[in-house]
Design a protein around this ligand. Structure first.
Ligand code: DLL
Length: 433
């Protein structure tokens, strides 16, 4: 463990620590950020009245829209001279969200990523190939600083240029790959289709650190088999810090939240009510130590569940389920709610399909229609049309019986769905056009 005192702290001691830090963080936001002062005042909430964790329900939420409205620096809580780094979200819809870090925040960020890497068994003896994009995205620099903090050799290759990734992986003897799960599969694809004589055992890769987008257990199996690694989940979001909010351990069952820095709650996305431990809902974050960009009750839109168990790794930190969808990713097809990851999971159950797919949603008249394009492997694609037809039918049947929606399945040729070096685009919703 990277920080065993924290990672094995008793639940009651952790709650004490959180309470003390929450008081500071809420007061810091109120005193230094006009937005918080206004929303707290409007809600009749005074930080002096914050006495127990139960008082959390009285604190107003922060939304993505609030962040956009504050573009670029409106939510910073320290003078800009104290800020040493900024990151930003892509801002495909509306203003980008800009987040800032003081020196101390960068230190915390590095620590939580280092803890995550230690969860998977990464040590100073590893060579970490970091294929997360460097730039305004938090993945690149986030993983980089964490890997350096562990003392591993850090290879800052960034995303893309797949042939070069493979060459470096081999020549440098990389033992750890950090990338999005969809990009890890692109690397596997490239090797399999362009380098038939490539000897996988010439690679020293052991661990894949996968995050930044939802990925299923089926996808984990593919990555593990095809790249001959153990693949672990790393989760995070730029608004809260970046990667390293939570991480799986070698048990691969749930992610431990680094709750000495991030206070987590699950709410009902419709009513905003706090739900009891174990319920599924939207996860809400409050930063406990961040100086430059405190986030108080930030509504992440990510859907998960929080629970305590006695994890065999020895960590006592609260666990969250793998995030399989966001409230704004959820498709409502003729009244049935589905997440892209549920469709992925069903698709991957049939032999011959590849984890490359795209979901196209349209509205014909008043009816929602959904078409799922999924790649099949070379062998299946070169089969008779009859075989392809029956696979498509079988997939449509599975989707219907498992998820309750009628989807048109279109099997497409290998590599016809656009690849991404970062987060994959899974849904094209023409209803929003
Ligand atoms: O994606 C931070 C990150 C970088 C995490 C590298 C892990 C590895 P954002 O670009 O702000 O930050 O996107 C955050 O991505 O709210 C989730 O919806 C999704 N996400 C991130 N990690 C996971 C994961 C980075 N492991 C948004 N599983 C979050 C599922 C994830 N979804």
């Amino acid at each position: 463990m990277f920080n065993s005192e924290i990672e094995t702290m008793s639940e009651s001691k952790m709650k004490e620590l959180q309470l003390e830090r929450l008081k500071w963080s809420i007061r810091h936001a109120y005193d230094n950020v006009p937005h918080y002062r206004k929303t707290f005042d409007d809600a009749g909430f005074n930080p002096d009245q914050f006495k127990t964790l139960d008082d959390m329900r009285r604190v107003p939420f922060l939304t993505k829209q609030d962040m956009r409205d504050a573009y670029p620096y409106g939510l910073f809580a320290v003078p800009l001279s104290k800020v040493v780094r900024v990151h930003a979200s892509s801002g495909t819809t509306g203003n980008a969200t800009v987040v800032g870090y003081t020196k101390n925040d960068v230190e915390v960020f590095s620590e939580v990523v280092a803890r995550s890497l230690a969860c998977y068994g990464v040590t100073e003896n590893d060579i970490v190939q970091n294929a997360y994009g460097y730039g305004l995205f938090t993945g690149g620099l986030g993983a980089h600083y964490g890997a350096e903090k562990i003392g591993a050799i850090t290879v800052p290759i960034s995303g893309g240029n797949t042939p070069r990734q493979i060459m470096i992986m081999k020549d440098f003897g990389s033992t750890v790959l950090c990338s999005t799960p969809s990009y890890a599969l692109n690397i596997a694809d490239y090797i399999e289709s362009n380098m038939p004589d490539f000897d996988m055992s010439s690679l020293k890769l052991k661990i894949a650190v996968m995050g930044a987008e939802p990925w299923t257990e089926e996808m984990r199996q593919q990555i593990e088999k095809r790249l001959n690694v153990d693949a672990f989940d790393i989760y995070g979001l730029s608004e809260v810090i970046g990667p390293g909010v939570s991480a799986e351990c070698t048990e691969k069952s749930g992610l431990h939240v680094f709750e000495d820095h991030f206070y987590v709650e699950i709410i009902d996305p419709d009513t905003g009510e706090i739900l009891p431990e174990g319920s599924e809902g939207e996860i809400v974050y409050t930063s406990l130590t961040k100086e430059a960009f405190p986030t108080i009750r930030y509504r992440s839109k990510d859907i998960t569940r929080l629970y305590h168990d006695s994890c065999r790794c020895g960590r006592t930190l609260v666990k969250m389920d793998k995030v399989t969808g966001r409230t704004d990713d959820m498709l409502i097809i003729r009244g049935v709610n589905v997440f892209p990851s549920q469709i992925e999971s069903v698709l991957m159950q049939e032999e011959g399909t590849e984890p490359h797919y795209q979901i196209i949603v349209d509205r014909k008249g008043t009816m929602d229609e959904i078409e799922v394009m999924v790649e099949v492997n070379e062998k299946v694609f070169s089969d008779e049309i009859k075989v392809l037809d029956s696979l498509a039918k079988s997939l449509a049947h599975r989707v219907k019986s498992t998820l309750g929606i009628t989807a048109k399945i279109k099997l497409v040729e290998p590599k016809s769905i656009p690849r991404s070096e970062g987060k994959a685009v899974r849904v094209i919703d023409n209803r929003k056009k």
